[in-house]
Design a protein around this ligand. Sequence first.
Ligand SMILES: [Zn+2]
Length: 426
Amino acid sequence: MYDSILIRNGTVVDPEQGLHRRANLFIRAGRVEGITMEHPTTQVVVDASDCFVCPGFVDMHVHLREPGFEHKETIATGCLAAARGGFTAVAPMPNTQPVCDSPRTLKYVLSKAHEVDLADVLPICSITVGSQGEELAPLVQLASLGCYAFSNDGQPVISAATMRRAMQAVRQIGGVIIDHCEDKALAGDGVMHAGSRARAWDLPGITPLAEEVHIARDILLAAEIGCPVHIAHLSTVRGVELVRWAKARGYPVTAEATPHHFALTVDDMPGPDPNFKMNPPLRSQADRAALLAGLQDGTIDVIATDHAPHAPSEKARGFREAPFGIIGLETAVPLIMDQLYHRGILTMDRIVTLCAVRPAAIMSAGPRTFTPGAEALVTIIDPSAVTTVQPAGFASKSVNTPFLNWTLRGTVRATVRRDKIVPYPL
Ligand SMILES: [Zn+2]
C-alpha cells in the first residue's frame, strides 16, 4: 500500500540488536531501510513521539473459530482484532469444525487469511485426526504446506504412547508440539479452580494437579525424544517449577502465560460470572506470583492470549454450562503495559522478547528485529494513553471478557505490516 513509511521520533526497542533509543524507523517496499536520526521524504509519516516502536508482536495462541464457528469469530474479524491489538501475526488453534487436521482445511485457513490480509496467520494443525487422540494426522504432509506447530488444544493427547509417536514425527519434521496440558480424568467435571471459592459457590473444582501431571509427563517425553515442546497457558506454581527444572537440564521445553493468568486470581472473581470461566482456570495468588517470577527470569518465554471468543448466548448458559474461554487480542497490550510495565515488573525490552522475539522463533516465523533488509513488522505502543475496556470498541465478534470497564494505561497506536498500516488514518 505504501512504498515508503517513516515512523518518526519514537523510542525504538530492539533487544536482538541491544537497541533502545529515540530514532526514526525508515521502511521502504515493506522492508526496514534503517534506523536513522534523519527525516527522509516518504509517502507517509507516522508520528511515534512518546511511543515505543517495537518489532511486530506475535500471538501464538488464538482461536479464530473459522471454519465452523463463524458466529463466534471469523478469520477476518479475528485478524482485524489482532492488528488493532498490536499483533502482526497470530497462530490459530485447530479446534474448528472440521478440525484443522488435513491439507484441505489447512489450505482453506491459509487462503482465507491471505484474502483478509490483516495479520500473518500461522495455522497450528491437530496432532491427531479430529483431535481424537488416536491416529496421527498427516504431519509430514501438513508440514510440507507450511505448518510446523501441532496441538490438540482443548483435547489433550491422553495416551503417553501416542504423544511419544507424535513427538518422534514432529522432531523429524523440525516442528514443535504446543501442549495443552490437562489430565481429563483428574480435571473431571471441574469448572473453576479447586478451593474455598469453588466450595462456597458449590461448583466442582479443577485441581492444579490435572495440569501439572501432564506437564511433567510431556517434559520427560520431550527430554527422551528431543522434540521441542511448548507448554501452553501455564497457570500453577509447580507448572512453572517443572519448566524451570526442564530448562536447567537443557531439555527442549518452552512455555507461555496468558494476560488473564498474570492479571487475575480466583479471588478477583466477583461471583460465578461465565466471563471469568476459562481453562486452565484463574488460580491462587501464589500461582500468579510464580507466573510473574517466571516472566521475569525467562522461565516463561512467551505471553500469548488464548483468545477464545464465544457468543453471548453461549456464555449466558450459566457458569456450569457456559464454554471455557475469554477473548484477549484487544486487551493484551493494555494489560501488559498497565499490569507489568508500569508496575515495574517487566522492562520494555523483556516485553518485546516475550511478545515478539520468542514467539516468532518458536513458530519459525522469521526474526523480529530492525536490521536493514528485515521485513517491516512493527508494533507501536503509546505507554501513557489511558483506555477503558468497552465491548463497543472491539473488532472481535465476541465480547466475553472479564476486563469490562477496566481502565488501563498503555495502548497500541498502530501496527505496521510490511507496506500496510493498521489502524489508519491514525
Ligand atoms: Zn488450551
